[in-house]
Ligand binder design. Sequence first.
Ligand SMILES: Cc1ncc(COP(=O)(O)O)c(C=O)c1O
Length: 322
Amino acid sequence: MKHITDFPTLPFGVLPTPLYKLENLSREFGKNIYIKRDDMIGVALGGNKVRKLEFLLADAKARGADVVLTAGGPQSNHAMLTAACAARVGMKSILVLKKRGEITSGNLILDNIFGAEVRLVDTDSYDVVYACMHRIMDELRRQGHVPYFIPVGGSVPLGSLGYVNCALEIAGQAEDLGIQFDAIVSATGSGGTYAGLTYGAKLFLPGTRSIGIGVCDDPFADIAYDLMQGAKELLESDVPVERSDIHIHYHIGPGYAIPSPEGCAAVRRLARSEGILADPVYTGKALAGFFQLLADGCFAEDEALLFVHTGGAGALFAVDMI
Ligand SMILES: Cc1ncc(COP(=O)(O)O)c(C=O)c1O
């Protein structure tokens, strides 16, 4: 088996990110709740995509790419962080985003600050967005550029290795704290973070179940299974991927990227009890799903539970929560 350090990476993140106990929430729920602060990863407003981009942009550089293209919704955290990381290594970024309304707020402002070229496409279909990206890449090649394509969310096996690495990091921090985590909980939007954490937990956190909270209605159990197989192959690992490792719940509310009352309440609860910002699209909904599992008695009294905070604060300034 290869070691995660055998893969070239670009050191974008300030690692390890903090991991500590949420004393007030733990008291309120009568549980041991910890947080992994990937929102404090040290690039832009932080977030999970930095770990994926450490692997993906290293691959882009190795292939001689000078332009990176990616896709997302208009408030995509992934696209914004791609722009930030690309800027750091002197690459141009082109973000092909689905157009919804005329919003120029939140992450769209940050995309501009990081120097990205933003192309808004008036469609709801990623097939249309990808076709547009391929046309742009053909044109770039004709001009002598070497483009690098990253699909929505950077959710390809190589990107998932960023979260296999995170699981390894968590294992080291848990050992330092003398804790064995019973469960780790994370938001799931395109599947790569969850897949990496879940396969990483299998490798480095035996006995820890990885729970994903889906924020849109994609079939994440299947998506995660395929991405985990891909990560396993890259690592040349003989540790099998098993469907029983995958635990997906959903908290979608009225729809993807539309705030839910429970998600907004969870954002406020984390802010008011711990002074930490979550967001209404991913981490607030993941917390709402996590709080529901707590309320449903899905965890034993003495279990140690870790919420992986995957960032997303940029959307707070674009989504109407009030
Ligand atoms: C803040 C935040 N959290 C979680 C996720 C979900 O990660 P993944 O797309 O790897 O499932 C995203 C994805 O865009 C995100 O922006």
